[in-house]
Design a protein around this ligand. Structure first.
Ligand SMILES: Nc1ncnc2c1ncn2[C@@H]1O[C@H](COP(=O)(O)OP(=O)(O)OP(=O)(O)O)[C@@H](O)[C@H]1O
Ligand SMILES: [Mg+2]
Length: 419
């Protein structure tokens, strides 16, 4: 059986993935980078070469066969539908593609891994393997490996997916690749010829060049973004040297720690409302003396108010007693704290000082907690990602949000002097 098809593979990841004879090839790339097309072509070539072979194609959920696998199969090999291949059992548990040469593709949803038992196969292909629509697909992967037992055929398991942070795929193929696990990596750009004009520009404009979102979806990189609390925070865009500007208000946020670090973060606001953030203190086991000293230094620099973690009532009273103008932050609710950062970031109204390493590290890494292999929890931060400078910043940013209520525009009476 010979099928003449005229396909030009994209140079780079797609071409290498299709031709790879490794037992565990992975094509991980940006959106629309030609992953599913590459996977269909790879499976087709194998099927033509090995009559009688059995393969398993998985999608995260059964509904996706009609959206991804079949339209792609029809796009490239539709001319042979009804002669070389046909779809059978649509919508049922036995959904499959039968080939005239005796080969078979079983179409199985990764959402029901318990059904990946009791048959033998030569190959498996997991499309959108990083999707967690019904939980992690790692179990489906383990079960599929055990199916690769059809005698007389070369065995392989491939994946085609957009990466999604440092998950099981990252561990298996990137961090500590096991034998035969080979990664082919490509961005959306590598499939430019087959995409509409302006598509990549549109994605770039929407995600923002260089943001974690851009790096994951367009460049197809393994960005720890899935769980990031501030996915729009971009070091290239939001971190700059402290500016030589006139500020109309300088206040600071305080997060008290006992064993964990105590953090003081300044927010200096310009007359356009732009917020400049920097750290004054980030200290583990911070004693009273160090705290008083940091507040004193900040006050000498023009900071007029310390907005503190509302749960530290006694600490606030103690600071007042020591002559430090300290108040409670408006709210300790997690969504308020996150919004306090996200809103000015999305408005392009927030910049972080380049010399604030702890603050930058927290803003880049803070992640939501995750139940094992399941969806994210957005009511709790991942305890492995520190939030001390983040919280101090959130306290002070909330106060700034409320500022217009009782804030009088300062008037310049003399150049450089505010009244
Ligand atoms: N070698 C090729 N020749 C012609 N068209 C191609 C080729 N590779 C991909 N395409 C086309 O480019 C578009 C995107 O490809 P594909 O669906 O494979 O990308 P993907 O990476 O799976 O996208 P998604 O992230 O949406 O799953 C489709 O229209 C596909 O048919
Ligand atoms: Mg696809």
């Amino acid at each position: 059986m010979v099928a003449e098809v005229d396909i030009t593979l994209n140079k780079g990841a797609q071409d290498s993935f299709v031709r790879s004879e490794e037992p565990f090839p992975a094509f991980m790339g940006g959106y629309r980078s030609g992953k599913t097309a590459g996977a269909i072509i790879k499976c087709w070539f194998y099927t033509m070469k090995y009559p009688g072979s059995i393969g398993v194609w998985t999608e995260p959920v059964a509904a996706m066969f009609a959206e991804s696998c079949l339209p792609t199969l029809r796009k490239f090999f539709g001319a042979y539908e009804g002669s070389l291949w046909q779809e059978q059992g649509k919508g049922g548990p036995n959904h499959r593609i039968e080939f005239a040469n005796g080969s078979l593709w079983m179409l199985k949803a990764a959402e029901t891994p318990e059904r990946i038992v009791g048959f033998e196969a030569a190959w498996a292909l997991m499309n959108e393997a990083a999707s967690t629509e019904h939980g992690s697909q790692e179990e489906a992967y383990f079960r599929l490996v055990a199916r690769l037992s059809q005698k007389g055929f070369p065995h392989w398991l491939g994946v085609a997916t957009t990466p999604s942070g440092q998950n099981w795929l990252w561990r298996e193929w990137v961090d500590a690749p096991k034998e035969g696990h080979v990664l082919f990596h490509g961005g959306t750009m590598s499939n430019k010829e087959n995409l509409p004009d302006g598509y990549i520009e549109m994605m770039t404009a929407t995600y923002g060049l260089g943001t974690p979102m851009y790096r994951q979806y367009v460049l197809g990189e393994f960005v720890q973004m899935e769980g990031l609390v501030l996915p729009t925070f971009d070091v290239d865009k939001h971190v700059l040297p402290w500016p030589d500007k006139l500020f109309v208000r300088k206040i600071a946020g305080v997060d008290f720690g006992v064993q964990s670090p105590t953090a003081i973060v300044e927010c200096a606001v310009t007359n356009t409302g732009h917020r400049y953030m920097r750290e004054w203190l980030y200290k583990r086991e911070c004693d009273d003396e160090a705290l008083i000293k940091a507040c004193g230094d900040a006050m000498n620099d023009g900071i007029t108010l310390f907005v503190c973690d509302p749960s530290g009532k006694e600490r606030i009273e103690w600071m007042n007693y020591k002559g430090i103008p300290a108040v409670k932050a408006p709210s300790n609710r997690i969504e308020r704290r996150v919004k306090a950062w996200l809103t000015p970031l999305s408005q392009g109204m927030l910049t972080v000082d380049r010399d604030s390493p702890f603050l930058i590290r927290e803003l880049t890494g803070l992640s939501w907690a995750k139940r094992r292999g399941r969806e994210l929890e957005t009511d709790k931060f991942d305890p492995n990602t520190p939030d001390h400078a983040f919280d101090a910043g959130a306290d002070v940013l909330q106060e700034i949000e409320e500022m217009p209520m009782n804030f009088k525009e300062p008037t310049v009476v003399e150049h450089g002097v505010l009244a």
